[in-house]
Design a binder for this molecule. Structure first.
Ligand SMILES: Cc1cc2nc3c(=O)[nH]c(=O)nc-3n(C[C@H](O)[C@H](O)[C@H](O)COP(=O)(O)OP(=O)(O)OC[C@H]3O[C@@H](n4cnc5c(N)ncnc54)[C@H](O)[C@@H]3O)c2cc1C
Ligand code: FES
Length: 271
């Protein structure tokens, strides 16, 4: 049993849990995730390890309530326990050469990009962060991201905070100003990661994206999280979740996400 020791509402339908999980906290690396179930017959929910504290033996999870299972999870309170929590899963993110990095988080993608920025900052990289949301109310981890950045930017689609527009606008501006990074890490919705990849491809900037593919077993056996990278079949759960954005078949990812939409509606979700 994994006890919830802190709960925060970061934005409407966006929750943060700090959970007692000493074995996972001890081994967790940026880029890895857990798979949990709210009850024994429950659906498996993959969530990025947004932060970990090895001394306290805790991990932090940030999740959006998008369907039935995440709503059940969100209904848990401090003192309740998650019965089934497996991890750390996936490969830690490998970094290309160079010390100048831009970390981009869009929407809930800010949660998975935060541990990347934090680790790189601790290792002495020059970290620029750009976080984006549709509107100011949906922004979170602003202070946390700023604390691990040499330069931090915020964008909102509606201009309610920071730059009005997309995260890619800020990245383009940095490049135009001669601040071309050695590599970029971008996590968020597929259209955002794709837009970042298209921009960086023009400038030959190595780019890593992290996928939230549909997962069933999380062991590389079911094929649910298949991706094609550089013409090779990979599985997000065991080979990822981070991949080279310029090698990734984004069209396939869009098709696969569409494929599961009808099924999600049938089980009560609204993804
Ligand atoms: C590796 C990984 C781990 C994840 N882990 C979790 C998790 O732990 N918990 C969880 O709940 N979910 C997780 N997700 C889910 C995922 O982050 C969300 O489904 C996704 O961010 C959608 O968020 P949103 O609806 O708020 O995006 P939106 O509000 O639609 O977009 C957010 C921002 O992205 C940018 N953007 C959007 N479209 C474009 C475009 N065409 N061009 C340029 N910029 C664009 C904009 O700045 C926009 O404001 C994870 C995803 C990934 C990839
Ligand atoms: S979740 Fe089954 S192969 Fe990845």
């Amino acid at each position: 049993m994994f006890k919830i020791i802190e709960k925060q509402e970061l934005a409407p339908t966006l929750k943060l849990f700090r959970v007692e999980a000493p074995m996972i906290a001890r081994r967790a690396q940026p880029g890895q995730f857990v798979i949990l179930r709210v009850h024994e017959q429950g659906e498996r929910i993959p969530l990025t390890i947004a932060d970990f504290d090895r001394e306290q033996g805790t991990i932090t999870l940030v999740f959006q309530e998008v369907g039935h299972s995440t709503q059940l999870l969100g209904a848990l309170a401090v003192g309740d326990s998650i019965p089934d929590l497996l991890g750390p899963l996936g490969e830690p993110t490998e970094h290309p050469e160079g010390k100048n990095v831009v970390c981009i988080g869009g929407g809930v993608g800010v949660a998975p990009v935060y541990p990347e920025a934090k680790a790189l900052h601790e290792q002495g990289y020059n970290v620029t962060t750009i976080i984006g949301a549709r509107t100011a109310e949906l922004l979170f981890f602003e202070a946390e991201m700023a604390a691990v950045s040499n330069q931090a930017f915020v964008t909102t689609d509606d201009g309610s905070k920071g730059h009005k527009g997309f995260v890619t606008d800020v990245l383009q501006k940095l490049i135009d100003e001669g601040k071309k990074p050695d590599f970029v890490i971008a996590v968020g919705p597929i259209p955002m990661m794709r837009a970042v990849a298209e921009l960086t491809r023009k400038y030959e900037i190595k780019t890593i994206v992290s996928l939230n593919s549909m997962m069933v077993d999380g062991t590389g056996m079911c094929g649910g999280c298949r991706v094609t990278v550089g013409g090779e079949v990979k599985f997000t759960c065991v080979d990822g979740p981070a991949f080279d954005a310029h090698e990734l078949d984004f069209d396939e990812q869009v098709r696969r996400l569409e494929m599961y939409k009808e099924m999600e509606k049938k089980v009560g979700g609204e993804c």
